[in-house]
Design a protein around this ligand. Sequence first.
Ligand code: KIV
Ligand code: ZN
Length: 497
Amino acid sequence: MDDKVIIFDTTLRDGEQVPGCQLNTIEKIEVAQALEALGVDVIEAGFPISSPGDFKSVVEISKAISNPVICALTRAVKKDIEVAAEALQYAKRKRIHTGIGTSPFHIKYKIKTTPEEILKRAADAVKYARKFVDDVEFYAEDAGRSENEYLAKVIEAVIKAGATVVNIPDTTGYCLPEEYGAKIRYLKENVPNIDKAIISTHCHNDLGMATANTMMGIINGARQVEVTINGIGERAGNTALEEIAMILKSHHNLNLKTDINTKLIFSTSRLVSNLMSMPVQANKAIVGRNAFSHSSGIHQDGVLKNRENYEIIDPVEVGIRESSIILTARSGRAALNHRLELLGFKFGKEEIDDIYHRFLTLADKKKEINDEDIRILAGVVFQGEKSLKLDLLQVSCGKSLIPVATVGMKINGEVHYSTASGNGPIDAAFTAVKHLISKTVHLEEFLIQAITKGSDDLGKVHIQVEHQGKMYYGFSANTDIITASVEAFIDAIAKIA
Ligand code: KIV
Ligand code: ZN
């Protein structure tokens, strides 16, 4: 049977410490409920002595949550422990997380004391916390840079004092994976009473090794991991929950499991990101926008033949509907045709060639082609050749310039030109168009639709013109909004005939 790895989530404590990520109590409850649904085992809800807001949040989360253990952080200080115990009074299952620095840096420069005194304070804090709760976790702050022999003595002492979990934080994210793994193994092999406690990892990502270090901790005997959603946390962050959950799920040969309902990973990631105003980087493993997106032609073709050619995780497993094929200038006909079919279009080879040609022209102008663009490209083919068509448009406009436009319009196969001025470039171009047609038209409605994503996106123009009491509708889309306007105007006029 697979061994269980306990998921201790510290999004609401180490994650929430990040400047700009602060949540109010209601938001924290929302996150805690999402974490409970996700299946985490322990929720570190806050550091109650640090502020009245943190205290209140621990109280309210304790009331709102049923299954996970609610944990409150303290320093190895009596008052901290008393306040934490009070904040946890409504928790169905509760844990106090107390600790002190054990590295030469912390002992000498932060706490300004001796290793012997640290050892005593550590054991005393655990003993005191056990007066309030049965479940006490001890953290040896900066264990990553602590000397193994001394660390082992501290861990032995705190377990003797009643610690149920011993946390070995790589507080500064300094350790190499090998080194961190060896530290956990050293404790497993050299702390006589280690079987009476669970070893926990708590890794920071300063050198981008938090996940690797956590994995090495697990491989060497840790059975609890301290993690956050999206890897948020102090400085470069903590180990990302979603990464550990999916590593353990993907590598069956480790014979390890978690109780995480991985299908809720994506929604939880976005909830935390939105509430904390902390965007998820596009290439973030598991939950980044590009984590299941394929943009190169070769990869797109491979994925369309068999998803597993380029994907080790089925996106559905983490709550993402499907992998996405991002259509760019590097996409091939196979990817374009696939998208056209998903959108309900069926074209023959010649039509696909025509759309592909237009697609490449558009893709050169904008980075990413979306479904709306594809529909428009497909629509252009449906309509076939038109009797009126914009062939050339040249405008000059700007501050202190009189807007002037020259329009070249193909009328039944022959190009005619006209130049006009106006109160703006669009007005000038429309007047030039009117000079080229024999009909009287009145512009009734002119709607330029807002760009959806970035300044390189398509602008869409809807136009209504009136001719002899009847309305005619025109539409166009182009990255150049003036061209789109003139095309839409001509589209409407062409319908009069
Ligand atoms: O990184 C760290 O050492 C911590 C402890 C308070 C557990 O966050
Ligand atoms: Zn930390």
